[in-house]
Ligand binder design. Structure first.
Ligand code: SF4
Length: 362
């Protein structure tokens, strides 16, 4: 297990981050960043030919037992505008139908706060509901963002129709992780989360997403550890995560953690994604509506990424009048923004799957 070798790798990365992240010029907007951007674009374009893979999140619940200090949905959130919501199956169905039948999406990511009353059985039913609606539209690609599960539960989810699952590590810095995730709940268990990628691999999920929330800790170390983790999984299991989450910390009104000291600048952030793209061009960054549309286009240069179009971080945010977002995002409506992607040399491939999109555009 990676947890058995974690300490050794973490010490090495603390001593010296992966080159060229250890270079003071990294992220400064100079020749090093220009070189990385060009290399990443070339490696992505030769493999994907500008194809990008649209996806939308669908929040199912904002009720959370966890206390992640940076999140608006944490238990004890002080956001006066937050109304906790758990969708019924009928409401979930309505949300999926909106995205699939009215907006043309063919990939939907079900997102769950750590709601103590939602079981894996229920998530399996939700996956089945979404898969049934998508099958009528001719293509099924259901994803999941939820707290890490056991291998057996990941197998049950896969059998229910789950195609991909993402778990963001938040930070690989164990001391920072403890500060940011107080208490004794599931999320406080750093190693349960760290080992979730191995459990997803063992369960045979087609798409597996990893990543850090940039802004919680020293990004040179965190992104170095992503590369170390990816290489170790590939060597040990023959495959690593094939989706890269690239969330960058945004202010949340109900959070207790409001510092910005660790947030990478726009230039450093773009170069981090470019560096990972150049190193692992087969891994798909999950281009995020936390960023401005122009930034998303830059991150997507050459293609080979998930591209979030319609986006609400409120359960029922597409078809119900619910309020209280997890964080502020853009909402790039698919029919309006698909032409803008094309105008930028990117081609949305709606009916994608993580295992087969590598051949698109080659
Ligand atoms: S990050 Fe997730 S688990 Fe943590 S408080 Fe927010 S919704 Fe809950």
């Amino acid at each position: 297990m990676f947890s058995a070798v974690f300490e050794q790798h973490w010490r090495e990365v603390c001593g010296r981050p992966e080159p060229p992240l250890d270079d003071p010029a990294f992220g400064s907007g100079g020749p090093l960043d220009a070189h990385l951007a060009a290399l990443a674009r070339h490696r992505k374009a030769e493999r994907f030919g500008g194809a990008v893979f649209p996806v939308s999140p669908l929040y199912v619940t904002s009720i959370c037992k966890e206390r992640c200090t940076y999140c608006n949905y944490r238990a004890g959130s002080t956001d006066p505008g937050l109304k906790r919501v758990r969708l019924s199956e009928g409401e979930l169905e309505r949300e999926v139908r909106f995205l699939v039948e009215e907006r043309g999406l063919r990939a939907v990511e079900l997102v769950y706060a750590s709601d103590p009353l939602i079981t894996v059985d229920e998530i399996c039913r939700h996956v089945e509901i979404a898969a049934r609606i998508m099958a009528r539209a001719g293509h099924v690609n259901v994803g999941l963002s939820a707290e890490p599960a056991s291998t057996e539960d990941y197998r049950r989810l896969r059998d229910a129709g789950l195609v991909f699952s993402v778990v963001w590590m938040e930070t690989y810095d164990p001391a920072r992780y403890r500060e940011l995730h107080p208490g004794r709940q599931t999320k406080a268990d750093f190693f349960w989360r760290l080992e979730s990628y191995e459990r997803m691999i063992e369960a045979g999920l087609e798409g597996i997403g990893y990543g850090v929330l940039s802004g919680l800790a020293d990004w040179r170390r965190d992104w170095s550890m992503l590369a170390v983790h990816q290489r170790w999984l590939r060597k040990t299991y023959g495959r690593g995560p094939n989706i890269l989450g690239i969330p960058r910390l945004r202010p949340a009104p109900g959070a207790t953690y409001q510092e910005r000291a660790f947030v990478p600048s726009d230039g450093a952030f773009r170069s981090l994604v470019a560096w990972h793209n150049a190193l692992f061009p087969d891994v798909l960054p999950f281009v995020s509506t936390r960023e401005e549309f122009e930034t998303c286009l830059q991150l997507a240069a050459g293609g080979g990424c998930l591209f979030t179009l319609n986006c609400s971080t409120v359960p029922g945010g597409y078809t119900l009048a619910n309020r209280g977002a997890q964080f502020v995002t853009g909402n790039y409506d698919a029919p309006l923004f698909a032409p803008r992607l094309r105008a930028s040399g990117l081609e949305p491939e709606w009916a994608w799957r993580p295992a087969t999109c590598y051949t698109v555009g080659v």
